[in-house]
Write a protein that binds this ligand. Structure first.
Ligand code: 4AD
Ligand code: MG
Length: 463
């Protein structure tokens, strides 16, 4: 690599007078008398570099090819910029064109496009301001997550993507098979013969790495997973994806209170990190997407989360005097409208709801002494609703067995999970943070399809 090459980000930190070559994609081009101004962006930061090309410096036939979307290398000297809003610009001495972009057909012209339109051009939207900012934030966020856990001696464990157990027990799994769909092998009674499938039984894409995370927690004490998870729930909403990324810490010797404290510390850490490392991108979101983003994030990083039990939350929802689309009754799950009321209006900050009815929560959550509720915790935040789901785990063999039977799950499939309660069982807890929900919270983007590089939703797996 020749040392004259710099990223736009690097170039902004060099002193005036330095000779550099920058490479990237042309965002816009403007000709005025005797000069051409080119905005060059290479994704290294939000801001582009202004290239100033005096007449006669670059051959006309080359300059003609420098249109929005084309890729070029530009050499020159960094100069103080008279224009406002930028310290330096590049006084160009030479340009070479890598690839042209036909101005008539290139879909990303300078005019503002809707997020819906940009979603249809997923292969090009990453070259826009909004998606550039979003995926730089996403990058910083993933780094912050690893940093948080690594600094606290958590072991990172890669749990499997293909699995034969349903962690959430909700039956929302994608089948993984190598059988012929047109002509699968059949048993004598006409059912599909899964014994002849690749794994000798039905297999699925995982909905969560938690159960395997528990195996590791009961050996390494503090662990976390961070990977893709899959849910075949047919919910076409702005906050559900069929493929999303989840961070799942799992801690031996943690009870629910420890779990909640960790979740709060974790969220504040990653918010602080992104505030400190992605200022320019967040300022864009604050200005153009959601004008409360910066304030909210600064406020959250400083304040204490609210706490309320599910039972009290139901009381508050009933007392609120609001009319709800979904009825509020003890025993039914909280819907997004309820979650948003609790965090946006009642607490006006993130709030942790605990002790949900056992019948609406997964089998692995620890049953309370009332035998009606479980040690569950959901973290709800303004604008987004549920961002974290977690619990203390049922560590008592007999209680777990009863819960599994009540949930009508095949206890044989969970034999190893029971072994963890048979050999050296300890109280333990964990939670899952949806990476994309966190992204929505950080950026103010309102559709989850806009915070993941390539969204997968019902009917859509383009790109
Ligand atoms: O509440 P969930 O289903 O919890 C679990 O999967 C547990 N096994 C986690 C644990 O205790 N280790 O999902 C956790 C989080 C949700 O709070 C939400 O942020 C996100 O994952 N999530 C989704 N994000 C996008 N699209 C979906 N379809 C999601 N389903 C859950
Ligand atoms: Mg949940």
């Amino acid at each position: 690599m020749n040392s004259k090459y710099f990223s736009v980000k690097q170039a902004y930190s060099l002193t005036v007078g330095t000779e550099v070559t920058l490479r990237g994609w042309v965002r816009s081009r403007r000709d005025s008398k005797g000069v051409t101004f080119i905005e060059l962006n290479d994704g290294s930061r939000f801001k582009s570099m202004q290239l100033v090309v005096d007449a006669g410096v670059v051959l006309d036939e080359t300059l003609k090819q420098v249109t929005t979307g084309s890729s070029i290398a530009a050499s020159g000297v960094l100069a103080e910029s008279p224009a406002k809003g930028q310290a330096v610009e590049l006084k160009v001495s030479a340009i070479s064109v890598y690839g042209t972009a036909d101005p008539v057909t290139y879909p990303l012209q300078k005019k503002g496009h809707t997020l819906e339109f940009l979603r249809e051009i997923g292969h090009l939207r990453v070259r826009s301001n909004t998606f550039g900012a979003a995926f730089r934030v996403r990058n910083a966020l993933t780094h912050a997550i690893h940093t948080f856990f690594q600094e606290r001696d958590f072991i990172y464990v890669q749990t499997p993507i293909i699995t034969t157990s349903d962690c959430e027990g909700a039956g929302q799994m994608f089948n993984v098979t190598s059988l012929s769909m047109a002509n699968p092998p059949r048993t004598a009674d006409g059912n599909v013969n899964w014994q002849q499938d690749f794994f000798g039984r039905p297999a699925y894409l995982t909905v969560s790495g938690q159960l395997e995370g528990e195996i590791f927690a009961l050996a390494f004490s503090k662990v976390y997973t961070f990977g893709p998870t899959f849910r075949a729930e047919n919910s076409n909403t702005p906050r559900h994806l069929a493929e999303f990324w989840m961070i799942e810490p799992e801690m031996a010797f943690y009870e629910l209170e420890d779990n909640m404290a960790l979740a709060e510390e974790f969220l504040k850490f990653i918010i602080r990190y992104v505030l400190d490392h992605c200022r320019e991108d967040l300022e864009f979101f604050n200005e153009r997407i959601e004008k409360t983003v910066l304030n909210t994030l600064e406020h959250v990083a400083e304040s204490k989360f609210g706490h309320i039990t599910y039972t009290d939350a139901i009381q508050e929802l009933k007392k609120s005097g609001k009319t709800w689309e979904f009825p509020v009754e003890w025993g039914s799950d909280l819907q997004t409208e309820h979650e948003r009321f609790l965090s946006e209006e009642l607490f006006k900050k993130p709030v942790i709801v605990t002790d949900y009815p056992k019948d609406i929560k997964a089998f692995y959550m620890r049953v309370n002494d009332d035998n009606k509720t479980v040690r569950a915790m959901d973290v709800l935040v303004p604008r987004v609703g549920e961002i974290i789901g977690g619990s203390q785990r049922e560590d008592r063999h007999d209680v777990l067995l009863q819960r599994l039977r009540d949930s009508r799950l095949d206890e044989k499939a969970y034999w190893w999970y029971f072994d963890l309660r048979r050999y050296g069982s300890v109280p333990h807890s964990g939670f899952g943070l949806g990476l994309e929900r966190m992204m929505m919270y950080l950026t103010g983007l309102k559709n989850i399809r806009d915070v993941i590089p390539f969204p997968r939703t019902p009917g859509n797996a383009d790109f």
